[in-house]
Design a protein around this ligand. Structure first.
Ligand SMILES: [Zn+2]
Ligand SMILES: [Zn+2]
Length: 347
């Protein structure tokens, strides 16, 4: 098999060839069809998250490794004990795999286990042309979804869906602001409309992305660089019920928390980096809920994929690129040049 691998943090990926793994036990071998490229691939490739104040959270990863956690592939070989899946099935893979031994895993929150072999991080991901799924329960049918879009539900779709559940939008009187109109923000708009019956206000700093958000169903698109951006959102909503921040920077956090009404929720998802600097009395007086949200559980992905198969979620724009463009795609994503999502297509 071939894979575009990280050989050194931040350095160009290298194309390596090695033996295709043989599925053992309950494992399933898939031939990768497409793999979405996610902003967290950029951070993982750089080898650290920015904690603000000049501090970094390093990611101790064994080199070389293969990125890519938005994987869509075709089952080509089954381990001797694999069940409930057939050769030729095309599936999205749930990548947020846990140790399956700890309490966190047994409660259904595998994605919060710290011991798991996450695909595209600790185990080979979709920047390789073959991927091992540890068990058929991680494989999801995407119905008639186009090949290049299907994998994006495993991260950007799941992450947006999970954050929207935490936002706890109850009815159309509740207002929702989405910060960031990249791949995650676009998913957020579609899933908010389809599953939560709300048209979000979308905030970004890029006019082209704001236009795309409006075309995709945002109720308003507002440039946070405009001086009156916050006042305009207040005028529309009278104070926002929930903000989902898909950027997660010093600037976006400061902007977003000030939009909330009393009792409002701020769900932070983006990993751009920085620090939260927030006046403590406002936490109490405004009863602010500030919560992080990290990808999502296997059961949430099952719920989401049901909506996808039923055709309820409109597609986000996905640019198709050949897998050999993996390096350039990471650079373009980092520099904000991707509209919606980019997916690497394997031969
Ligand atoms: Zn991701
Ligand atoms: Zn675990």
């Amino acid at each position: 098999m071939k894979a575009y691998q990280v050989v050194e943090s931040g350095k160009p990926l290298e194309l390596n060839e090695f033996d295709t793994p043989k599925p053992q036990g309950e494992e399933v071998l898939l031939k990768t069809i497409a793999c979405g490229v996610c902003h967290s691939d950029v951070h993982i490739h750089e080898g650290a998250f920015d904690l603000g104040g000049g501090n970094k959270l390093p990611l101790p990863l064994q080199m070389p490794y293969t990125l890519g956690h938005e994987i869509f592939g075709e089952v080509i070989e089954l381990g001797p004990d694999a069940k409930d899946i057939n050769i030729g099935d095309k599936r999205v893979i749930y990548p947020w795999i846990g140790c399956n031994e700890c309490n966190v895993c047994s409660s259904g929150d595998e994605h919060l286990c710290s011991g798991g072999p996450v695909l595209g991080v600790q185990k080979g991901g979709g920047f390789g042309d073959h991927v091992i799924a540890p068990h058929s329960r991680y494989l999801m049918d995407a119905g008639n979804t186009p090949d290049h879009l299907a994998g994006s539900y495993a991260c950007s779709g799941l992450t947006a869906y999970t954050a929207l559940k935490k936002a706890n939008i109850k009815d159309s009187a509740d207002s929702l602001v989405i910060v960031g109109a990249g791949g995650l923000g676009m998913m957020g708009i579609q899933i908010a409309k389809a599953a939560f019956n709300v048209q979000p206000i979308v905030v970004d700093v890029d006019e082209a992305k704001l236009n795309l958000a409006l075309e995709s169903g945002a109720s308003h698109a507002i440039n946070s660089r405009d001086e009156d951006a916050a006042q305009r959102i207040h005028a529309i909503t009278g104070g926002v019920s929930a903000v989902i921040d898909f950027v997660g920077s010093d600037l976006s956090t400061g902007f977003a928390t000030n939009l909330l009404r009393k009792g409002g929720r701020y769900i932070i998802v983006g990993l751009f980096g920085g620090e939260l600097n927030h006046p403590l009395p406002m936490m109490v007086l405004m009863e602010r809920n500030i919560q992080g949200s990290y990808v999502g559980s296997l059961s949430n992905l099952k719920e989401l994929m049901k909506l996808v198969r039923e055709g309820k979620i409109d597609p986000i724009p996905v640019e198709r690129r050949h897998a050999s463009e993996a390096n350039q795609t990471l650079i373009d994503l980092k520099e904000g040049r991707i509209m919606g999502r980019a997916a690497l297509m394997h031969d």
